[in-house]
Design a protein around this ligand. Structure first.
Ligand code: C2E
Ligand code: MG
Ligand code: MG
Ligand code: MG
Length: 282
C-alpha cells in the first residue's frame, strides 16, 4: 500500500544518493591524482586591444585531459575542488605552469596574462608569497600578471580583503570576472577596489539584438569609464560585436572566438608575433 511504496521510494532515493556520492568521490580522486601527475594543462585565450587589433594579453584557462583522452572543461573541476577545499592546488599548478611557459615573454615585453583565482586563494596565506616567489624567479613584474575573481566568489572576510589590497599594492591588476552576472555589482566593485572588469558574454551577445539587457551595455561602459576601470569584453564571437565595442570607447579590450579560441602556449606565442592588424582586418 501507501506505506510500502513510500519506503520503496525512500530506498531508491537513498541508493541514488549513494551512487552520486560515489561518483563524485571517484571524480575527486581522479582529479587529485591528475594534479599530482601533471595531467592538468593550460591553454591561453588571446585578449585584443580593440583600437589596434593587437594581442596585448591572454587569459590562462585550465584543462584536464582525463584517462580516456577527453578534455574536461574547468567548470566541473573547479567547483568540485572548491567544494572539497583543494582549489588552491589548482591555483598553484596554474601559476607554476603559466610562469614556466610564458615567463620569458612576460619578462621581456609588455605582454600580460591573467589567472583565475578564488576567494579561497586569497584566504590562503601561502598564495601571495608563492606568487611573489615565482615572479621573482622568472624576472616577471607584478603588472604582467593580473588576477581574475568572479563576481560570484564572495570576498567578505577581512583576510581576503587584506590579501587583495596587498596584491594591488604590489602592482597586480584585479579583474572582476563575469561582470554583471552577480548581484550588487557596484557594491562589490567598491569593496574590492578592482582595477578592471570583464563584461560577461551574456551581455556581449545581446549587442545588436532586441534583448532588454542590450540597453545595459552602454551603462556598464559609462560606469567603467567614470570609475576609470579597464574593460575587457568577454565572448566576442562576431565582427558586429567587435565593431560595436570598438566604436563604444577607446582602450577597450576584447576576448572571444572571433579573435581566437584558447590555445597552448606555443601557439599563443606564434599569434602574438603576428602583424598587429591581422585580427581585425581578416
Ligand atoms: P571565465 O574566466 O569567464 O573564462 C571564459 C570562458 O569563456 C572560458 O571557458 C572560455 O573558453 C570561454 N569563451 C571564451 N570565448 C568565448 C566565446 O567567444 N564564446 C563562448 N561561448 N565562450 C567563450 P572555460 O575555459 O570552459 O572556463 C570556464 C570557467 O572556469 C572560467 O570562466 C573560469 O571561471 C573557470 N576557470 C578556468 N580556468 C581556471 C583556473 O585555472 N582556476 C580557476 N579558479 N577557475 C578557472
Ligand atoms: Mg576568467
Ligand atoms: Mg570571465
Ligand atoms: Mg565568463
Amino acid at each position: 500500500g501507501y506505506l510500502a511504496s513510500g519506503a520503496l521510494l525512500g530506498g531508491a532515493l537513498g541508493v541514488i544518493a549513494v551512487l552520486i556520492y560515489r561518483r563524485e568521490r571517484s571524480f575527486e580522486r581522479q582529479l587529485r591524482r591528475a594534479i599530482k601527475t601533471g595531467d592538468l594543462t593550460l591553454v591561453y585565450q588571446p585578449v585584443v586591444d580593440l583600437d589596434t587589433g593587437k594581442i596585448v594579453a591572454a587569459e590562462a584557462l585550465v584543462r584536464w585531459v582525463n584517462d580516456r583522452g577527453e578534455t574536461v572543461k574547468p567548470a566541473a573541476l573547479v567547483s568540485i575542488a572548491e567544494e572539497r577545499g583543494f582549489v588552491g592546488e589548482i591555483t598553484t599548478l596554474v601559476l607554476g605552469k603559466a610562469v614556466e611557459e610564458l615567463g620569458d615573454l612576460l619578462a621581456t615585453s609588455d605582454f600580460r596574462i591573467t589567472l583565475n583565482i578564488t576567494a579561497e586563494d586569497l584566504m590562503n596565506g601561502r598564495f601571495l608569497p608563492q606568487l611573489a616567489r615565482s615572479m621573482l624567479a622568472a624576472g616577471v613584474k607584478a603588472r604582467s600578471i593580473g588576477l581574475e575573481l568572479t563576481e560570484r566568489s564572495t570576498v567578505n572576510q577581512e583576510a581576503a580583503i587584506q590579501a587583495l589590497s596587498q596584491l594591488k599594492k604590489a602592482g597586480h591588476t584585479v579583474y572582476i570576472d563575469d561582470f554583471g552576472t552577480g548581484y550588487s555589482s557596484l557594491a562589490y566593485l567598491h569593496r574590492l577596489d578592482a582595477g578592471a572588469i570583464k563584461i560577461d558574454r551574456v551581455f556581449t551577445q545581446t549587442v545588436g539584438t532586441q534583448a532588454v539587457t542590450a540597453s545595459v551595455v552602454p551603462q556598464i561602459l559609462d560606469m567603467a569609464s567614470k570609475l576609470r576601470l579597464l574593460v575587457v569584453v568577454e565572448g566576442i564571437e562576431t565582427r558586429e560585436q567587435a565593431d560595436y565595442f570598438r566604436a563604444a570607447g577607446s582602450g577597450i579590450l576584447g576576448q572571444g572566438w572571433f579573435f581566437g579560441h584558447p590555445v597552448p602556449a606555443a601557439q599563443l606565442m606564434k599569434l602574438v608575433q603576428q602583424a598587429p592588424e591581422t585580427l581585425l582586418t581578416t
